[in-house]
Design a protein around this ligand. Structure first.
Ligand code: ADP
Ligand code: MG
Length: 267
């Protein structure tokens, strides 16, 4: 694979200002392909804002966002998605009126619709077959094929989280931004979720940038972690370095959460 492609998503000294508040202050990070990169920090640290700058929902005040080596700082969100950047949102947005299979298929269909809207209106049989196959494959990866005909509203939070992940996977993105994807999951569900993320990275070589509060998940799945506090990067390193860091401990995590977490526990 060529080097620019492998670089995945790069955030280069990005700052975001909301009026008087500097929500993100010169953050740099990389989310390369075949890696899971974590972004952690207390509430209000600027994690979601960083995601929004990556996906194009907010315009950085300064700095650059690059995708596969190309500057996309001024490229609109839909175009970034077409170039291979997908995301999930902190609040789930599934369609309760549609069965799970349709919800998952939408991850793929929206890509087609965006790139060729006129074709989407009379989508060809070949295209429908592709969409159905992508949906089926990602439901299998997430272990939710038995839920295909169910409605999201009848599912547990854990199941809904998997549907949401499957929908993003169906989009066929090369880099995926996941904003607190495990919130509301219990211990077992979180572990399962982590296993699916590792599987996704191994099978499809995607790059994942994940914002997550659950330290066991972060320590279990991430290859590398960035820590933010008040919009500033305060530490970065492997999960082992994070676990051993006095800065991280003092500033945010509390020793218990870090010590309880087992680096590489899910792999
Ligand atoms: N649209 C917005 N307008 C003004 N301030 C915002 C907006 N979005 C977030 N903020 C503020 O920016 C800071 C970072 O928020 P956010 O990125 O959501 O943090 P996190 O995801 O780490 O909890 C917070 O102080 C928040 O109140
Ligand atoms: Mg957030």
């Amino acid at each position: 694979m060529d080097l620019q492609m492998a670089a995945g998503l790069e955030v280069d000294k990005v700052s975001v200002r909301y009026g008087g508040l500097l929500a993100v202050d010169e953050i740099s990070l990389q989310a390369p392909l075949s890696r899971i990169t974590g972004l952690i920090g207390p509430n209000g640290a600027g994690k979601t804002t960083t995601f929004n700058a990556c996906s194009g929902l907010v315009r950085p005040t300064s700095g650059h966002v690059r995708l596969f080596g190309e500057d996309v700082t001024h490229v609109p969100p839909q175009k970034r998605a077409q170039r291979g950047l997908g995301r999930t949102f902190q609040r789930m947005e599934l369609f309760d009126s549609l069965p799970v299979r349709e919800n998952v298929a939408l991850g793929r269909e929206s890509g087609f619709a965006a790139s060729r809207p006129w074709q989407h209106l009379r989508s060809s049989r070949a295209q429908r077959t592709l969409v159905a196959a992508a949906a089926q494959e990602s439901m299998e990866l997430c272990g939710i094929t038995d839920l295909a005909q169910r409605r999201p509203r009848d599912l547990s939070t854990g199941q809904r989280r998997l549907v949401e992940l499957a929908r993003c996977i169906a989009g066929g993105f090369k880099v995926m931004l996941l904003d607190e994807p495990s919130s509301g999951l219990d211990r077992t569900e979180t572990q399962r979720f982590g296993e699916i993320l590792r599987l996704l990275v191994e099978r499809r070589r995607v790059g994942i940038l994940i914002v997550e509060h659950d330290m066991a998940l972060v320590m279990g799945v991430c290859d590398y972690v960035h820590v933010l506090d008040f919009g500033k990067p305060i530490f970065e390193g492997t999960t082992r370095e994070i676990a051993a860091s006095d800065i991280v401990r003092a500033a945010y995590l509390g020793s218990e959460a870090v010590e309880a977490a087992v680096p590489g526990g899910y792999t």
